[in-house]
Design a protein around this ligand. Sequence first.
Ligand SMILES: [Zn+2]
Length: 367
Amino acid sequence: MPSKTTTKAKTTRKSAGLLERLAAGPVICAEGYLFEFERRGYLQAGAFVPEVVLEHPDLVESLHRDFVHAGSDVVEAFTYYAHRAKLKIIGREKDLEKINRAALRIAANVARSTGTLLAGDICNTSIYGPDDAASHRQARRIFDEQIGWAVDAGVDCIVGETYSFGGEALLALEAIGGSGRPAVITLAIPREGRTREGWTVADTCRRLEAAGAAVVGLNCARGPATMLPLLGEIRAAVRCHVAALPVPYRTTPAEPTFQSLSDPACASIPDGRPFPTALDPFVCNRYEIAGFGKAAFELGVRYLGVCCGAGPHHIRSLAEALGRRPPASRFSPDMSKHILFGTDKRLRQDNLEYGRRNYRTARAPSG
Ligand SMILES: [Zn+2]
C-alpha cells in the first residue's frame, strides 16, 4: 500500500490538464481513426463501427502512437460510433460495454506512457430527432453510458463531436457536465452553413459556452477552405477556447462538405458520390493542412486537429506549423539529399543535371 508521500509525489507528477495546456499554447488532437481503419480493411464503410478495437487492439494502439509521434497532445479513445444505436445496426449490441472499455484501456495505455491527455469520446447518436422527445431520452442514455465508462477509465477530458443538431450537442454537453471533466464540443456543420434545426454556428457555440463547455468549435464535414470562414464567426461569438478539426479534403463554396463533393473526372464511382470511399483525388496535402493550422491559430483557435481522412503526416505538418517539433520531425523532408533534385555535394552531377533538364525547376521556398 503506498504511503501518503508516494501518493502525493504521484499527484505532482501528473501531466497538465486540458485547460492548463490551452492556457500555455495550442493543443493538437488527431482524429480520423474510422477512415484510416476503413482504408486498411478493419472496419466497414457505411455503419462505420470501430470493431477493430476488439479484433486488433494492437493496431489501434499503434495508430494512437503514430499520432502522438506526429505531434498529437491528445489520445482520443476510439469510441466514436461505439454506441448502442450503432452497435445495434451491425448486430453487436452485446459488445457495447466491452468495446468501450477496451478502447479506453488502449488509449489510456498510450496517453499514460507518453504524457499526453486521455480523452473520452462521444458523438452524434444517429437516432436524434429535434422534435422527438423519446429520441432525446435514448440519446441521453447513450451519452450517459459511454461517459460512465470514460470516467471509470480516468479520462482527463471528454470530447463530444460531430453534432449537426445544436440540440443534440447541448444534450451531450449536459451529460458530460455530470462527469466533472472539461467538455470539448464540436459541431459538424452541413452544407447550408447552419445546424440542421437552422441555428447559426455563432449562436450554437454561444449556447454551448453558456451551458458550460470548456471548448467549442467545429469538426468533420468541412475541409479547411470551408471551415475557416465559420471559425472567425465562432471566435467573435465566444470567450472560451475554440476548436477546429477539418477533414483534409479540398471542399469548395459550391460543395462545402466532403459529403457534397462531386468528381466529374471519374465515372466509375458506384453511386456517383465520392463520399466516403472515393475521396482520394480531393485529399489535402500536408502543406495545405499547415496553412490551415497557421490561419486558424491567427484567428485565435487553440484546439486544433484533423478529422476523417487524416494521416500522421498531416498531424506532423500541423504541429510544425504551430512551432512544434514532434519526434516525427526527425524525418521531415530534406530534398537536398534527393538523387535528382538535391544539392548535396555527394550526389552525382549527371543525375542532378538530368533532373534540371527534365523536370520543372523548383521555386525558391517562400516564407
Ligand atoms: Zn470526421
